[in-house]
Design a protein around this ligand. Sequence first.
Ligand SMILES: [Zn+2]
Length: 543
Amino acid sequence: MARSERRSGGASTALLLALAASSAAGCGGAGPAGPRAALDRAPKLERRPLTVVPGVHMLGGLSPSAAYAVETSAGLLLFDSGLDADAKALKEQMAGLGLHWRKVVAIFLTHAHGDHAGGADALRAATGAKVYAGEGDAAVLRAGRPREAFFSTFHMPDREPHPTTVDVPLKGGERLDFGEAAVRAVAAPGHTPGSTCYLVERGGLRMLFAGDVILMLRGDETPRSELGKPLGTYSAYLAPRYRGDAKTYLASLRVLRSMPVPDLVFPGHPRADNPPQSPRLSQARWAAMLDGGIRDMETLLARYEADGADFLDGTPKVLLPDFFYLGDFRGSALYGFVAGPKLYVVDAPGGPGLADALDRGMEAVGLRPRPPAAVLLTSCDDRATAGLGELIGRHKVQVVAAAGGIPSLRESCPAGTDFIPAEELPARGWFPVEAFALEGRGAAPAAYLLTTSGKRVLCSGMIPVRMSQAVGERLIADLTRPPGSPRGYAASLARLALASPNLWLPAVPTDDQNANVYDQEWQWAMMDNFGVVQFLESRANRR
Ligand SMILES: [Zn+2]
């Protein structure tokens, strides 16, 4: 097996430019007619195993990602390996293309995510192939944890990550020869810290195996979320524990942008393109696709710089000069704000220990601990009131709640507690606020839209929610049992639709969501929540 490994230091832009220039010169129309003619016949990347050009194949029947196989005289090269559970499908798809999985000699992982790397370890064990991966992902691959390093925010309860042996961690810049094929590792961190693209030269063609740096080639025309965009930049919008990073992503995109378009561009999730796209891009399309991501990352970085990356991830933070996220207590977020000399808190979750948790949160954000003057309840059920008795007993807080919930609160709270209907809060003049009595989920829900530091801050409890699979399932369960009501929930959404906050502070943040809301995010969240109501209504009509 003729294989050489030449390592260089880190991937440098200069090196890439040199590579790109030399290969562009070699492909400037003077190349052999064979590969060029094959290129003209390259099919679109449909959702099935297919041969793209002779010796280069897409295992496109895997889901959700694709793997790719390249034949060389030194054995088969595999780029990504699908989910662990797809091992059988992977082998069958290779057999269907006339390839034998036992001939795999190298598995190049584009990154650690389970849908790309899950099958690598078993295939390595069965074939003796070496596993290559970017060094920024090697540690999590080897450890097989944490879970979010493998599944990000995706809900895959039936999948468990496991350790993967990484034989060769790559810094980027390495060239690895396999017979007539040269594989160049291009470090492209950002989607994950170890994301690596592989630029393969074989038979006069330059092919880029991009992993999720490029998710798909076209994307949605009008994406309803970051996930609809062609690049895998969605991870840069997530909390740090999901390992995406806007700054390195931007740098990676600029490196790719400085390259001439490869002859074939293979994305991580071609099946997400509807309709299927050709892996042959014009220079203009290549540039436009990358420029879109560059603009997005520049905008995101400017926002993080201006407003903070305010992830509701358990770490207390100053959201605005007088508005604080005080961390989590037993599964619910704690929020406090200062108006005049007084501290106000939102909800009293979690039961005994809440008063101390609030003090700890205040200390963590550099605020002198002080007793809250009042608590604004976003609902009157146990989730929001379990710690109310302690706050009343210790600090004699006033309680603001939707009028409909006050009679039952009176029964459970100490005599003499001062209740204020949320509807009357604005007239008190404590701080600029709009109060919304809501319905449909939980007991006597309410929301508060405060204006401070020129921003609109919405504390809205459990209505609406930032959608995820798990959050949607919980919402459906709540809406289909008393006191839940899809119709009431829809009415609440309609009341809040125009609130369009700059900061949205839910009782239970989804996947550590960013408190700051931009562009269409509020409308998208509304549409997702209305979508659940519509689903329940159409399900009820079918019965
Ligand atoms: Zn990924």
